[in-house]
Design a protein around this ligand. Structure first.
Ligand SMILES: *[C@@H]1O[C@H](CO)[C@@H](O)[C@H](O)[C@H]1NC(C)=O
Ligand SMILES: *[C@@H]1O[C@H](CO)[C@@H](O)[C@H](O)[C@H]1NC(C)=O
Length: 245
């Protein structure tokens, strides 16, 4: 009887392990997520977090392995690749410029460590991103190729005004060839443009972004905010435009 229980337990544990493993089935796409730092700080201010806007240009949030059918992206993946500060020190100037930590109360490397542990380690099955250094360096390259600031400004979209969401989407698609996903923060009856997601296949060719069918509970509590946008999106020029009640 005791023995049978043990066998049952073992089978159960194996069942759990294989379920977890299935959720990390091989992914097939990347999402380059770019952030408008002014919106990030607006929403940080609402929850009383210290925040800095290092420059008025679109910055990197991350490069995330995902599924082209819109399923929830894998997270965590192989713990056999611990984050090492020393490995990306050579990129420090470019990281601070294009992938800055906007929260000055956090240690300098925390943001990059988080991005590596949650997403980067999942990317090590692709040759161009199979080490920490290559993952961060490749993401910096992709940010330069996909310069959203210039895509928007050349379509006449500059900070300080509201625009139709479809106009923003078209401005990005015109240059990348793929339909982006634009995310917002909703406050004070306004949708503030927050993030622009550019989707790619594993060979880094831009594709249309899928409709996400992943709705984690924490979806609305993220910083930067990641809510669906309204028909009109506000592209704030500075945090001072924000009137907190
Ligand atoms: C980053 O990638 C570029 C190629 O895109 C390469 O020329 C450069 O040497 C790489 N930098 C480092 C530090 O590996
Ligand atoms: C939002 O809009 C509603 C309806 O138009 C209005 O009653 C409310 O005062 C507005 N709230 C803010 C914070 O502007």
């Amino acid at each position: 009887m005791k023995m049978k229980n043990r066998i049952a337990q073992c089978i159960c544990i194996i069942g759990i392990i294989s379920t977890v493993y299935n959720e990390e089935r091989e992914w097939d796409s990347f999402v380059l997520t770019l952030t408008w730092p002014v919106t990030m700080c607006k929403f940080c201010n609402l929850v009383d977090k210290k925040c800095v806007v290092p420059a008025k240009m679109w910055e990197i949030h991350g490069l995330w392995p995902g599924y082209s059918n819109g399923d929830c992206a894998p997270r965590g993946c192989s713990i056999s690749h611990p984050f090492k500060e020393s490995e990306i020190m050579v990129l420090l100037d470019r990281l601070n410029k294009y992938w800055p930590n906007q929260l000055p109360d956090r240690p300098q490397y925390d943001f990059w460590k988080h991005e590596w542990e949650a997403h980067g380690r999942c990317a090590t099955i692709v040759k161009e991103t199979d080490t920490e250094l290559k993952y961060f360096n490749k993401t910096l390259d992709l940010r330069l190729i996909n310069d959203v600031s210039s895509m928007l400004s050349s379509a006449g979209i500059s900070p300080g005004k509201s625009y139709e969401l479809t106009m923003v989407e078209r401005a990005v698609k015109r240059r990348t060839g793929g339909q982006p996903l634009v995310l917002c923060g909703n406050a004070e009856n306004t949708t503030w443009i927050s993030e622009i997601l550019i989707c790619m296949n594993k060979a880094f060719k831009v594709t249309d972004c899928p409709q996400s069918n992943c709705k984690p509970k924490s979806w609305r509590k993220t910083l930067p905010p990641a809510d669906p946008c309204g028909e009109m999106v506000f592209y704030p020029e500075s945090v001072k435009e924000i009137h907190v009640n």
